[in-house]
Design a protein around this ligand. Structure first.
Ligand code: TXA
Ligand code: MG
Length: 310
């Protein structure tokens, strides 16, 4: 159900939950000051309590009220990338943030999203927790229709058009003396080179069995359809997912991710295509995994591997 900015503000201030657009994916918002609404976010999504939520704000100075300290480089990252698709995990004063939000961790994730409507909401409401607006384990929502599909036509959604990026924020965590990536996302590691003077290492891979980001352990982004990723499995699937420059067998349903030259376009279409499989009742799809693995492509590959349950 379409709502406007002032309706979103009043729902959130009254302790209700509403979906808001961001530049990455739609989020399921609750006020940081409304424990009942935060609990409802977990219930609505079917989200395990061990998976903490990101706190979204309009102004990074507000983080000072929660963070124990700002690690070296924090201010440069904040100035360069916020508002934008970056989440920073910081050590916090535990008594100042509901344990439910941070899954009892001594840290919390913070981000200023870059969507004009949601920015207006945040200026009125103050900090909001916002996981992606999808049922836990399913592909994230990049359009208002996706949110309504998962939570029902009557669920309040601030319509903000299609998300500009289509993949979640990149999450960085400071481990003396460097920042590292604990969730790959919309910003590729090389994006940080000029600001930090180095490319953050991928700690998501290094700590796979005990990830810093608890969400990395859980099944994610998965459609009902079986996803086949091996080139030799192409002939087994009734549907093929590939790139517009390439030729594929013509006797199958073909869905296009976009151009092999443009990972931004592919990121934008990824979740939408995974959702389309289920909407069309497709039982199995083969995905053309023959694409580069650098930059944003690495995030795309990670999402597809997880969607396929690998
Ligand atoms: O782009 C995004 O980040 C979107 C939009 C809505 O802002 N939000 C999003 O939230 O992707 P969610 O809940 O789907 O994913 C948040 C991830 C989870 O993997 C969670 O484990 C991790 O952030 N996370 C949150 N707080 C953390 C913390 N204190 N330490 C480590 N990981 C944390
Ligand atoms: Mg999510």
């Amino acid at each position: 159900m379409k709502i406007d900015v002032s309706e979103a503000v009043s729902l959130l201030n009254q302790g209700e939950v509403a979906a808001l657009p961001t530049e990455t994916v739609y989020g399921l918002a609750a006020s940081l000051n409304q424990p009942g609404a935060i609990k409802k976010v977990f219930e609505l999504k079917g989200r395990p309590m061990v998976n903490p939520l990101i706190i979204h704000l309009a102004d990074w100075q507000e983080i000072e009220a929660y963070a124990l300290d700002f690690p070296p480089g924090f201010e440069r990252l904040a100035e360069a990338f916020w508002p934008g698709p970056l989440t920073l995990i910081l050590p916090i004063y535990p008594e100042r943030i509901d344990p439910l939000v941070r899954a009892d961790l001594p840290t919390a994730g913070f981000r200023i999203p870059a969507h004009p409507l949601t920015f207006k909401v945040l200026q009125e409401t103050g900090p909001l927790v916002m996981p992606s607006a999808n049922l836990s384990g399913k592909p994230s929502s990049t359009q208002s229709e996706h949110v309504e599909h998962d939570f029902g036509a009557d669920f309040p959604v601030l319509y903000g058009g299609s998300c500009m990026r289509g993949l979640e924020s990149t999450i960085l965590y400071y481990q003396e003396p460097f920042w590292g990536v604990v969730r790959m996302g919309s910003l590729a590691p090389h994006a940080f080179q000029d600001i930090l003077g180095y490319e953050p290492l991928n700690l998501a891979a290094a700590t796979a069995s005990k990830p810093i980001c608890p969400g990395q352990l859980l099944r994610h982004y998965a459609p009902q359809a079986i996803l086949l990723l091996d080139p030799i499995e192409m002939n087994l699937a009734p549907c093929l997912i590939g790139f517009k420059e390439r030729a594929y067998p013509q006797d199958r349903r073909l869905l296009l991710l976009g151009s092999i030259e443009d990972p931004g376009e592919v990121a934008l279409h990824l979740y939408q295509l995974l959702r389309q499989l289920d909407r069309e009742g497709i039982a199995a799809a083969w995905i053309d995994m023959d694409f580069p693995r650098d930059g944003l492509w690495a995030s795309i590959a990670e999402r597809l591997l997880r969607a396929a349950g690998r």
